[in-house]
Write a protein that binds this ligand. Structure first.
Ligand code: ADP
Length: 488
């Protein structure tokens, strides 16, 4: 379903609901309205003529008291004959003197609501009344409302002919509705429909215009124009979609670029040892090598480097994809650092480097002992590798805030300020020309991945070249509830 159809449909539903509520409200309103009393008044006036004839009274003829007494006696019969309720009431004192229904006792109080009403001329003529009849309503004690037509008698007395006030019927209400309200309502609905259609068309064409821009940009990117961006226009929601698209595109481009860089780096770094392996083995085969043993030694070292690189690359790929299964058990980083340090002390001694270890038992962190040992090994071996003979290395482990901190400081060649932010990148090596003994440039990238996988942080600091460097690792303490109590 197109956006326009959806919008139009939703407007139609809204319009129908509004109309339905309005119609219902109007019907309820009409139902609550009192019915016009005209018909009842006219009917009562017609009966009045017969009553006058039956009672022998002449309207406005001022009957004598005796005549009145006779009248009172004959009224019940007259009422029954004419099927009407007859009362004699005093308008001034608002009391009843006679009631054919006997609802009001003689002398009972009545509240008469007079109404100004004029009979149609033809009826007045045919009635031949001398005085104007009065009209109005009153209520019984039980609340029933009656309409009356009154003929004045002696002084303030009047004969009231009464009928229950007509009630509103549904058929009446519906007829009134059809007659008076249906037409304007249908007209209003039609205008609403036209406005809804116009609005739906306007909004949908506006929206589809901006969406079309997005589609075009996406197609352009797919067709090989990666720098395409969508202008940030339109309503805020559309703008945020456009912004998200631009962001996503930029990130995809970044990822692609770093993928390409990575491939170039890998092939370059694999090529260097392969070239020297090929060169030296060729020399041995040709008998051109002056010292075949040392040539074989170089081949051996380069093959070892290739081996390390492939292992590290696999590790890194698995760490980065999160597929590296890591344990989460309590690990005492102090003990672990001391053990690793003591193991590497021999390497340091060979280079006449003093390795100073300051690490007592520490509260546990949750982690993988082997991986954390790899972190310490990488940092200390780097320190040994990048510190000239006779230098010093300090390793220290302690509590810092809600975690434990390990620092490895050396008095070695240091790191230039421009290299500092890049040493954790894959394949980054500050000094590339370092013969077959040089590293792979992957160690710190792996170290950082492991630390981050433990929820920790790693940072490096160096005052400058030949002024030593300090690597700091911080790991959060284990939450006693989340760690299985198993010795690392
Ligand atoms: P590599 O295998 O080259 O050591 P790393 O990822 O471990 O790879 O280190 C990346 C680069 O960071 C190194 O090539 C070196 O230039 C620099 N580096 C690492 N540790 C030290 C250190 N302790 N002192 C000076 N430079 C260092």
């Amino acid at each position: 379903m197109t956006l326009r159809t959806r919008l139009l449909l939703s407007y139609l539903v809204l319009l129908s609901i509004t109309l339905a509520v309005m119609v219902l409200a109007l019907i309820v309103f009409l139902f609550a309205q009192p019915v016009a009393p005209d018909a009842t008044y006219e009917q009562l006036a017609t009966i009045a003529r017969d009553v006058i004839a039956d009672s022998g009274l002449r309207d406005g003829s001022r009957p004598t008291l005796a005549e009145l007494r006779d009248l009172r006696l004959s009224l019940p019969q007259i009422a029954a004959d004419n099927e009407v309720r007859i009362l004699i009431a005093n308008f001034a004192t608002q009391t009843v003197n006679f009631d054919s229904d006997q609802t009001f006792t003689d002398g009972a109080a009545i509240t008469i609501d007079s109404e100004v009403y004029t009979l149609p001329t033809y009826l007045r003529r045919s009635l031949g009344l001398l005085s104007e009849p009065s009209f109005g309503s009153f209520r019984d004690a039980d609340g029933t409302r009656w309409l009356f037509t009154g003929l004045s008698l002696l002084r303030d007395n009047a004969v009231l002919l009464a009928e229950p006030a007509p009630r509103q019927t549904l058929a009446n209400v519906l007829a009134t509705f059809r007659r008076e309200l249906a037409r304007p309502l249908i007209q209003a609905a039609f205008i609403g429909l036209v406005v809804a259609a116009l609005l739906a068309a306007w909004i949908s064409s506006n929206l589809s215009r901006v969406l079309a821009r997005l589609v075009k940009a996406a197609e352009a990117v797919a067709a090989g124009a990666p720098d395409t961006t969508v202008p940030l226009q339109g309503p805020p929601e559309v703008r945020s979609v456009a912004a998200a698209f631009n962001r996503m595109n930029a990130e995809v481009q970044d990822a692609q670029r770093s993928q390409q860089d990575f491939l170039i780096n890998v092939s370059h770094d694999l090529k260097t040892p392969l070239t020297s392996i090929q060169g030296y083995s060729q020399a041995i085969m040709d008998g051109a090598a002056r010292d075949p043993a040392s040539a074989a030694q170089i081949i051996h070292e380069e093959a070892g480097r290739l081996n390390r690189m492939v292992t590290e690359l696999t590790d890194l790929a698995r760490l980065q994809s999160g597929r590296f299964s890591m344990q989460s058990v309590p690990v005492d980083l102090g003990q672990l650092a001391r053990a690793v340090g003591e193991r590497l002390a021999i390497l340091a001694q060979e280079k006449y480097i003093t390795l100073n270890i300051e690490a007592a038992s520490l509260p546990p962190v949750a982690g993988d002992g082997d991986r954390l040992a790899q972190v310490v090994t990488n940092l200390v071996s780097n320190a040994i590798k990048y510190t000239p003979a006779g230098g010093k290395i300090w390793m220290k482990a302690g509590v810092n805030g809600s975690g434990v901190e390990l620092t490895v400081r050396d008095s070695g060649i240091g790191i230039a300020p421009q290299d500092l932010p890049r040493v954790f990148e894959r394949f980054y090596q500050a000094d590339k020309a370092r013969g077959p003994q040089r590293g792979t440039g992957l160690g710190l990238a792996i170290t950082q991945e492991i630390v981050q996988a433990h929820g920790g942080k790693i940072s490096v600091n160096s005052p400058g070249q030949n002024q030593g460097s300090t690597f700091t690792v911080w790991l959060p303490l284990a939450q006693s509830s989340t760690v299985t109590r198993r010795k690392a």
